[in-house]
Design a protein around this ligand. Sequence first.
Ligand SMILES: Cc1cc2nc3c(=O)[nH]c(=O)nc-3n(C[C@H](O)[C@H](O)[C@H](O)COP(=O)(O)OP(=O)(O)OC[C@H]3O[C@@H](n4cnc5c(N)ncnc54)[C@H](O)[C@@H]3O)c2cc1C
Length: 352
Amino acid sequence: MAEYDAIVVGGGPAGLMAARRLAEGGATTALLDPKAPWEKPCGGGFSPIALTLFPEIGQLRETAREVGRVLLTSAHGVETLLSGGDPYYVLSRLELAQALLKSALAAGASHITERVVSFEREDSGWVVRHTGGIIRGGFLIGADGTSSLVRRRLLGPFERNDLGVAMGHYVRGCSMTEVRVRFERPEGYSYLFPRKDVASLGIGWRASAPGGRRRNARLLARAQAEWAAGAEVLGHYSHPFPTLVSREAWAQTRTGEGWALIGDAAGHVDPVRGEGLVYALWGASLLAEAVLSGRPGAYEEAWRGAFGPNLWRKPPKRWVLTTPGLMGTALLLARPFPKARAALYRRTQHHD
Ligand SMILES: Cc1cc2nc3c(=O)[nH]c(=O)nc-3n(C[C@H](O)[C@H](O)[C@H](O)COP(=O)(O)OP(=O)(O)OC[C@H]3O[C@@H](n4cnc5c(N)ncnc54)[C@H](O)[C@@H]3O)c2cc1C
């Protein structure tokens, strides 16, 4: 007999939102995560659609920084300050997780602060072993991030080519007030996301790209010197993230008999903008809806319909952000024209 209707492995935004929505819908739900809530390495950039879709986390506006300008630099060094649309919100991952955990617990979900070490299917559902014992549940949700155990066991790990790595640090005392993204040659980018108290500064690159440790260290040092000279470095991080480029990975079904993947574990990160927070929340809500309706398989069609195209880098609409020469030309031509700058600004955040 299952103790829980649903077991959620991982308490990042995806797992926390799934636990909340399932518990609100009356499902007995266990959420396992030894670290949640925590300050996961992240830029913390939230495009405005996230708060429109999830008004329940609107209170985070008060602590987040509103940023209405993006300084975009093409791989060829063409730089233009873009503005003229809804602001980004740059928030603390700890505060986001705290708010989501509070609402999941209030809805009735149980938080087990243990790490899942293995699981297996039995007739009536799943037996999940964690560092503190065993629990049983009817439906298993993998919300355990890029290195997801659930994904590795049920779908297989991400291929190296479909993975990115970001490395950077939080800095205090940085005077920049706009989001900064500079594309690097031949691959990768440097970024700065200023929050109210600290800024997240780093570089990202495709795990399979040529480059190496020395080049990455040089790029990070340059970003630090140009954007945060004299600022206090608070903590260093390095973290993988999914960035799907292979059609096979994109086409994989993220659900099966009694299980589903959400958030980073599902590869739900925009490979052009590196944005995953909104898709973690969105996918979790869609999955909870499908599970509560008794048709969990409907989740696959639901996420593909809602945001699937945003996770694929190839459509022509995205060429301006994915073709270095085109981006440089667009930035150069847009410089004198506010309307053109606003159109490009919206390209950096709007969903297709
Ligand atoms: C450096 C960096 C910068 C980023 N910047 C942005 C940005 O500015 N905007 C944006 O939208 N996105 C950004 N992203 C992407 C974003 O961070 C992710 O898409 C988002 O965190 C996905 O949420 P999630 O809940 O799926 O996974 P995660 O947030 O990774 O949470 C997974 C959770 O699972 C837990 N876990 C793992 N294994 C187990 C286990 N065996 N048992 C129990 N628990 C487990 C972990 O402790 C963790 O809490 C960035 C990513 C990186 C790496």
